[in-house]
Ligand binder design. Structure first.
Ligand SMILES: O=C(O)c1cc(=O)[nH]c(=O)n1[C@@H]1O[C@H](COP(=O)(O)O)[C@@H](O)[C@H]1O
Length: 270
């Protein structure tokens, strides 16, 4: 999906919501455990109830990998079930020497046909480059993440007193562009989002950390929105585990609708 089509979906739905499919067998409603593929049954209902409010889905690959071969099957079925006009993110946080990255890219872009993948920048240019060789696909590079440990390395000053996340954003713009690269910026980073926006005015940001991690949607929009919205805001647990009862799909839909209404307001405001 290209940038214009993504923005088109955002306008059409008045939403920049990404629903995180962090589907954990120990957290899904117990009545699903008797089904043949509980993970897929859960995701299917979540998608059925949230698709009208979402412009992206982000399965976190760890949750599927942890289930072995069956988990990969559930992931493929989930991906196939997501409507074609909704952007898909393989949250895999990959990145390795060139030939290995090429195979990661092949796995997620060719075998599985995801639109995008999250990539860690730590190994540099030749670890990110292979993901950018696929037409129409996106790299979502970790820049300033939502977790506490983001303070360990990402904000340390480097050459020219620039924090590492700034180096990542500046340098990586020599590898990719606003049509094939996005950045991860945590919703919990508050006003810092403004700094990141100044470094990459036209890029889309994937912003996790609202909901369970407590980030503010209002601040994200205030500091991060650009002319093409430029934001995909993810919530995983806050939506998919809104209820552990038989009404979980419906409750997830209600939580997604609540966020969408707030996003519609913010799209008007900023
Ligand atoms: O790359 C990510 O998606 C990511 C980056 C980051 O900085 N923080 C972060 O929480 N995430 C992911 O976003 C999701 C957040 O989930 P919730 O906190 O349940 O909404 C998880 O799948 C995390 O792995």
């Amino acid at each position: 999906m290209d940038k214009q089509s993504l923005f088109g979906q955002i306008q059409k739905k008045s939403s920049f919501l990404c629903v995180g499919l962090d589907t954990d067998l120990s957290k899904i409603p117990p009545h699903l455990l008797n089904e043949e593929d509980p993970i897929f049954s859960f995701n299917k209902q979540i998608i059925d109830h949230t698709a009208e409010f979402a412009v992206a889905y982000k399965p976190n690959i760890a949750f599927y990998e942890a289930m072995g071969a069956k988990g990969w099957e559930s992931l493929q079925k989930t991906l196939d079930y997501i409507p074609d006009d909704i952007f898909t993110i393989a949250d895999a946080k990959r990145g390795d020497i060139g030939n290995t990255s090429s195979l990661y890219a092949k796995a997620f872009f060719e075998k599985m046909n995801f639109d995008s993948i999250t990539v860690a920048p730590y190994m540099g240019r030749d670890s990110v480059g292979p993901f950018l060789e696929f037409d129409g696909k996106w790299v979502i590079l970790l820049a300033l993440t939502s977790n506490e440990g983001s303070q360990d390395f990402q904000v340390l000053n480097t050459e020219g007193d620039k924090p590492l996340f700034q180096q990542v954003i500046e340098k990586s713009q020599q590898w990719g562009h606003e049509g094939n690269m996005m950045y991860v910026v945590g919703a919990t980073r508050g006003e810092k989002i403004k700094e990141v926006r100044a470094l990459a005015p036209d890029h889309f940001f994937l912003v996790p950390g609202v909901g369970a991690q407590g980030g503010s949607l209002e601040e994200v929009a205030k500091y991060g929105m650009n002319d093409s919205c430029g934001l995909l805001v993810n919530s995983s647990r806050g939506i998919i585990y809104a209820s552990s009862g038989e009404d979980f799909g419906q409750r997830a839909g209600e939580e997604a609708a609540k966020l969408q209404r707030e996003m519609a307001r913010l799209l008007e405001k900023y």
